[in-house]
Design a protein around this ligand. Structure first.
Ligand code: GDP
Ligand code: MN
Length: 390
C-alpha cells in the first residue's frame, strides 16, 4: 500500500527526519490559510497523488503570494494529474500540501528498499538527487552507493557515517545525516514498510538537511497489525477493480485484455495467461480465489470480474487440491443465477471432487462451456470471444 507524500512526511518527522513546515488543504481557501499559518514569504503547493514526476507535470508550484497559492490549488484540485509515473488517465488530485519553500543548495537521493536477493533492507544513495532512481541508474550508475543492513545489529552509526562521507557531505552535516538515516531506517523497520524514498533530500542554503519529497510503501500482508498505517489508505488513488477485490479478500490484478480469468494460485494464473495469449487472446485480469474457496467466495469473485467493462469472456480454471471442484461449480452456478451474466463463460475443473463439480455444471442446464484441459479452455474462451464480436 502506498501513502501520500504529506503522510510519509508526518511519519518520518516522528522518527526525527527534518521536513519543511506544511499543511494539508482540500480547497484554495484552505491552502491560503495554511500558508498564513506557516508564515514566511515563499511557499510550495504540491498535488498529493500516489505517483512521482509531479514537478515537471505542473503538480509542484512555487508561490510568492496568497493569490498565487489559491490559483495553484484551484488549478490542481479536482483534476487528474498525468505524470510519467501514471497511466494516461492520470491520478485525481483530491488534496494539496502547502509547504514553506526551501532554498536548495544541493539535491541528493536517498532510498531504503527491501533487497529480496540479500533478504535485507538496503540503503541506496546518490549525489545526483531530484531525478528518478531509474534515471540515476541509467545516467550515472557510478554515483549509486549501497549499503545492506544486518537485521541483528540494525543500521549502525558507522555505516551511516561512511555513507555521509561517500556522499561528500560537509563535516557539519554528517551527524545530521546519521540522525536522519537512522530515523528513516527505524520508520521502515518498525512500520513494516517496503520502501522509503526521500528524493530529493536537500542541503539547504542554511546548511540543514531536509527531506523535500518523501514516499513510503507498506507491506499489505502486515497491515492487519498496523491499523494506524492502514487508516492512511486513499482509495481514490487505487485501481477501483483492485480495491473492490481486496475488500473481498481476493488477489486481483487488472490487465488490458478482454478475457477475465479466475484461477487458484499465482503459478496457474501465469500458465493460464500464457495459454490465452497462445490461443490468440489477451487476459483482462488475474484473479486468484486462493485455497478452500467457498461457493460464496467464487460468487464474489465473479462479481469483481464481471464488474470490469473490458471483460468480454470469462475463463475459470481451477486445479483443485485444497479447493473443491463441487464448491467452485456451485459458485459458478450461483453467479449465473444471481448476477447478470451476459458473456460466454468457459469452466475447466480438475482435481478434488472433479466429477461432482462437472455434474453440477452439466445438470444446471446453464449455457456454461466446459473444457477438460487448459489448452482447450483457453481456445474455447478465445473462440467464444471471436464468435461474439463477429
Ligand atoms: P516529484 O516531481 O513528484 O518527485 O516532486 P518533488 O517534491 O520531488 O519536487 C520536484 C522538484 O521540485 C524537486 O526536485 C525540487 O527541485 C523542486 N522543489 C520542490 N520543493 C521545492 C522547494 O521548496 N524549493 C525549491 N527551490 N524547489 C523545490
Ligand atoms: Mn521527488
Amino acid at each position: 500500500m502506498d501513502i501520500h507524500e504529506y503522510q510519509a512526511k508526518e511519519i518520518l518527522a516522528r522518527f526525527g527526519v527534518t521536513v519543511p513546515a506544511g499543511g494539508l488543504a482540500y480547497s484554495p481557501e484552505q491552502a491560503s490559510y495554511c500558508a498564513r499559518e506557516i508564515g514566511g514569504e515563499r511557499w510550495v503547493v504540491k498535488a498529493q497523488i500516489h505517483a512521482g514526476g509531479r514537478g515537471e507535470a505542473g503538480g509542484v508550484r512555487l508561490c510568492r503570494t496568497d493569490v498565487e497559492i489559491m490559483q495553484a490549488a484551484a488549478d490542481m484540485l479536482g483534476r487528474r494529474l498525468v505524470t510519467r509515473q501514471t497511466d494516461q488517465r492520470g491520478k485525481l488530485v483530491g488534496r494539496v500540501y502547502v509547504e514553506a519553500a526551501t532554498a536548495i543548495r544541493q539535491e541528493l537521493y536517498l532510498g531504503l528498499v527491501l533487497d529480496r536477493a540479500a533478504e535485507r533492507i538496503m540503503v541506496v544513495a546518490s549525489r545526483s538527487g531530484g531525478m528518478d532512481i531509474e534515471q540515476i541508474a541509467a545516467e550515472s550508475p557510478d554515483s549509486l552507493l549501497r549499503i545492506v543492513i544486518d537485521p541483528a545489529s540494525g543500521l549502525v552509526e558507522f555505516q551511516a557515517r561512511e555513507l555521509a562521507f561517500a556522499l561528500a557531505l560537509d563535516s557539519g552535516l554528517v551527524p545530521k545525516f546519521v540522525r536522519l538515516l537512522r530515523g528513516a531506517y527505524r520508520a521502515f523497520r518498525d512500520l513494516d514498510a517496503t520502501m522509503v524514498e526521500i528524493n530529493p533530500l536537500v542541503v539547504t542554503e542554511g546548511g540543514e538537511l531536509v527531506a523535500l519529497d518523501c514516499k513510503m510503501s507498506f507491506d499489505d500482508n502486515a497491515l492487519f497489525r498496523r491499523p494506524r498505517i492502514a487508516e492512511l489508505r486513499d482509495r481514490s488513488q487505487e485501481d477501483p477493480r483492485e480495491s473492490a477485490a481486496a475488500d473481498r479478500g481476493l488477489a486481483y490484478v487488472g490487465l488490458d485484455g478482454e478475457i477475465g480469468c479466475m484461477i487458484n494460485g499465482a503459478g496457474l494464473a501465469m500458465a493460464t495467461m500464457d495459454m490465452i495469449k497462445l490461443a490468440g487472446g489477451a487476459p483482462a485480469n488475474f484473479l486468484d480465489i486462493g485455497g478452500g474457496a467457498s461457493p460464496e467466495r467464487v460468487l464474489e469473485a465473479f462479481r469483481v470480474v464481471l464488474g470490469d467493462a473490458n471483460v468480454k469472456a470469462m475463463l475459470v480454471n481451477i486445479f483443485a487440491g485444497i479447493n473443491r471442484c463441487d464448491w467452485v461449480a456451485e459458485g459458478v452456478v450461483a453467479a449465473f443465477r444471481e448476477l447478470d451474466v451476459k458473456i460466454p463463460v468457459v469452466v475447466r475443473l480438475s482435481g478434488t471432487n472433479v466429477e461432482a463439480g462437472n455434474r453440477i455444471i452439466a445438470e444446471s442446464g446453464l449455457p456454461i462451456v466446459t473444457a477438460s484441459t487448459l489448452a482447450e479452455a483457453a481456445e474455447k474462451a478465445v473462440a467464444a470471444l471471436r464468435t461474439r464480436s463477429a
